[in-house]
Design a protein around this ligand. Structure first.
Ligand SMILES: [Zn+2]
Length: 303
């Protein structure tokens, strides 16, 4: 009996001690406690929430990369930007990462003949991207996952990533450049589907249906004009214009919401997987640092 009373008294005492310890924490420490829900939008976080977000994301930040260019006769200029942000933001909600604001300063020289195209020079594309990732890293984003929404960036981005080896950086650039599943989902009706066609129009029906003018999708031809007679393994910069001078490849009138739902879900799931893989990657930065160190004195490097 006595033992029980003593035990209860002791447990009451320990609760009192514990609560006094908790209450004695400085106000600032309590204020710094991160809210249960942190925004994934870089621009919506307060400075102190940003600090918590960087910690929560394990220093993983997304840079969704769009463009401003014509998308056939029926989709908005910002199609790639709107779609990639939809996919990246939904993925980051599922697997927390901080998402950089609107970025659309990529390679789009091949659409300069169309209204509304913003085509920055080659040197500015690289300089701006480098300063952007440098600044992201200076703010704690040591793993930067570029989620590409624009086909015309397919050479720019691997080149950018590879050129990070030219001098030491304390962060890693990762590229994710898939937008459309190769198979599965509702059967597709078209075979040529590279730009503003069945797939892209379907995805826009999910991300921003209010901007899709599907009734205009047949106002121009998105057929392959196949005007250049070269073997497939010989590349020129004008290849796109020779095949699709209307900056339209495919047929947006074939698009459906069902296909859009399937493809957008696949895209979001794929970005979630990429974020998770980047978070657990403890090899790239380590070996990147080892590489930089060896690069400073190549004659000492043993075979
Ligand atoms: Zn596009």
């Amino acid at each position: 009996m006595m033992t029980n009373i003593r035990r209860r008294a002791l447990s009451v005492l320990s609760i009192l001690v514990l609560s006094s310890i908790l209450n004695s924490q400085p106000a600032s420490a309590q204020a710094a406690t991160s809210p249960a829900k942190l925004s994934v939008h870089w621009e919506e976080l307060t400075a102190s929430d940003f600090r918590d977000g960087v910690r929560r994301s394990q220093r993983t930040c997304l840079l969704p990369f769009g463009i401003l260019e014509k998308h056939g006769p029926h989709l908005p200029l910002g199609t790639d930007l709107l779609d990639v942000r939809y996919a990246a933001l939904h993925a980051a909600e599922e697997e927390y990462a901080i998402v950089f604001p609107e970025y659309y300063f990529g390679q789009i020289a091949e659409a300069k003949h169309e209204p509304g195209t913003m085509a920055y020079s080659r040197s500015l594309q690289l300089a701006l991207l480098q300063e952007t990732t440098d600044e992201m890293a200076r703010n704690g984003c040591k793993k930067i996952l570029i989620v590409n929404g624009h086909g015309g960036n397919q050479h720019l981005l691997p080149y950018f990533a590879q050129s990070q080896l030219d001098k030491p950086h304390d962060y890693v650039v990762y590229i994710f450049d898939e937008r459309t599943p190769q198979h599965g989902g509702p059967a597709k009706k078209t075979t040529i589907d590279m730009h503003a066609g069945e797939s892209e129009t379907s995805k826009m029906m999910i991300s921003r249906p209010d901007t899709v003018h599907q009734d205009r999708a047949t106002n121009e031809s998105g057929a392959d004009q196949a005007r250049q007679k070269l073997p497939e393994d010989v590349y020129t910069g004008i290849w796109w214009y020779t095949r699709f001078p209307n900056h339209y490849s495919g047929d947006g009138s074939a698009a459906t919401k069902e296909l859009g739902e399937y493809q957008m879900k696949w895209w979001i799931d794929s970005v979630v997987k990429a974020i998770r893989a980047v978070k657990v990657d403890d090899v790239s930065l380590k070996l990147q640092n080892e590489f930089y160190e060896k690069s400073a004195h190549p004659l000492d490097t043993q075979p």
